[in-house]
Design a protein around this ligand. Structure first.
Ligand code: GLU
Length: 418
């Protein structure tokens, strides 16, 4: 199948299990097993040295039954169609789990963004938007940041699309800078949402969050840094964090202000003086109360899942577990899993707020954004938790049941065309 990839197999495996548990109509299950459409493009970019390089880009619409397709755009060295398709499917479920009027999409370009200059990245982004011009739109498919993209990338997308349309279209993309119609609170939204989900999990587990709560964060990027900062604000002790090169570990707790200062000066965590170095793999073996994977997919293998020593596993990243890792997690009753489609849904939720604010040209205060985000995360958490209790399934399956139920119901209401 054209979507074959480890992540697509993992997502399908849990979808099939969910469909069986729900007794989902096989016609609907079949429809949901593959995306609705995909665009594959090659974008030629003139590099700073005058040579021309071709980059491969993808945009996948998994399902738009509940509304326009929504999902991030990643610039990463190993992006491929299968991975993007799996991530698009996760977006369909994520939007449904938190009740947003969106379907799921994802896009990406196979590029190492750290190896391109600012000008090269700009030309690549603009070229990619031009190739996708008819495939995206404020009412059909709204991109957003993901791994390797940020506010700067979103500004170029907004500008290119607007230039081609002939007028300003802020609602074409979310995750924009505030001055271009971005939403207050969007930058921290994913990390903040992860913490809101952890707060609710701690409540049902009767687990206090205080200075005795040890937190480990894999991936100290946009999601991981914000989640660590918010957990520290609640009084928790952040004992280890990592980035692409590896991690730093201090059982007595890291001073995040100093860590951030170090990253500002040195770009990577490597060499940070007040901690021990630890590999990304060994980081997942550290004993802690809350483990937040917020890096890339497929990091928790079967072996690592068996050795995981945490009470809460909160997925800031999309698809962080392998099929084997997930199987082990399902059997481990000592670990409470907050699955990706729930835990990291804060990002797309505030993207939705940004889109709504942009369409109305009326903007909210940070307090309003964060309050509404908390309400949505809290409600979604307890809805998923209720499915878990009622059906006696694990949290990932419960989240999938809720998401699939909402999408399937919408499909039924709309019927089959023609
Ligand atoms: N890339 C983020 C995600 O995976 C955000 C998507 C969005 O805001 O549309 O959920």
């Amino acid at each position: 199948m054209e979507w074959d990839s480890p992540l697509y197999s993992a997502v399908l495996e849990s979808f099939d299990r969910t469909a069986a548990i729900m007794d989902l109509d096989p016609n609907m299950a079949n429809r949901l097993r593959t995306p609705e459409r995909a665009l594959i493009v090659t974008v030629p970019v003139r590099m700073d040295d005058g040579t021309i390089r071709n980059f491969h880009g993808y945009r996948v619409h998994h399902n738009d039954t509940r509304g326009p397709c929504k999902g991030g755009l990643r610039f990463w060295h190993d992006v491929n169609l299968g991975e993007v398709a799996a991530l698009a499917m996760l977006m369909t479920l994520k939007c449904a789990v938190v009740g947003l009027p969106y379907g799921g999409a994802k896009g990406g370009v196979r590029v190492d963004p750290f190896k391109l200059s600012n000008d090269e990245l700009q030309r690549l982004t603009r070229g990619f938007v031009q190739s996708m011009f008819d495939f995206i739109g404020p009412e059909s498919d709204i991109p957003a940041p993901d791994m390797g993209t940020n506010e700067r990338t979103m500004s170029w997308i907004m500008d290119t699309y607007s230039q081609m349309r002939g007028y300003s279209v802020p609602a074409i993309v979310t995750g924009k800078p505030i001055n271009l119609g971005g939403s207050l609170g969007r930058r921290d939204a994913t990390g903040r949402g992860v913490v809101y989900a952890i707060i609710e999990a701690a409540k049902v587990l009767s687990m206090p969050i205080n200075s005795g709560t040890r937190v480990v964060v894999q991936g100290y990027g946009n999601v991981g840094e914000a989640a660590a900062r918010k957990m520290a604000k609640l009084g928790a002790s952040i004992i280890a964090v990592s980035d692409m090169k590896g991690g730093i570990w201090n059982p007595a707790g890291l001073d995040l202000k100093k860590v951030n200062e170090w990253v500002k000066q040195n770009r990577f965590l490597e060499g940070y003086p007040e901690a021990e170095a630890v590999s990304n793999e060994d980081l997942l073996r550290i004993e802690c109360d809350v483990m937040i994977p917020a890096a890339t997919g497929g990091v928790l293998t079967e072996e690592l899942a068996k050795n995981l020593k945490c009470r809460i596993w909160a997925e800031g990243a999309n698809g962080p577990v392998t099929i084997g890792g997930d199987r082990v997690l399902r059997e481990r009753e000592d670990i409470f899993v907050i699955p990706d489609v729930l835990a990291n849904a804060g990002g797309v939720t505030v993207s939705y707020f940004e889109w709504v604010q942009g369409l109305q040209a009326f903007f909210w205060s940070a307090k309003e954004v964060n309050q509404r985000l908390y309400e949505i995360m809290k409600k979604a958490f307890h809805e998923v938790y209720a499915v878990r209790q009622n059906r006696k399934v694990d949290m990932r399956t419960a989240a999938q049941v809720l998401g699939v139920q909402r999408v399937a119901e919408a499909m039924k209401l709309r019927g089959l065309f023609p």
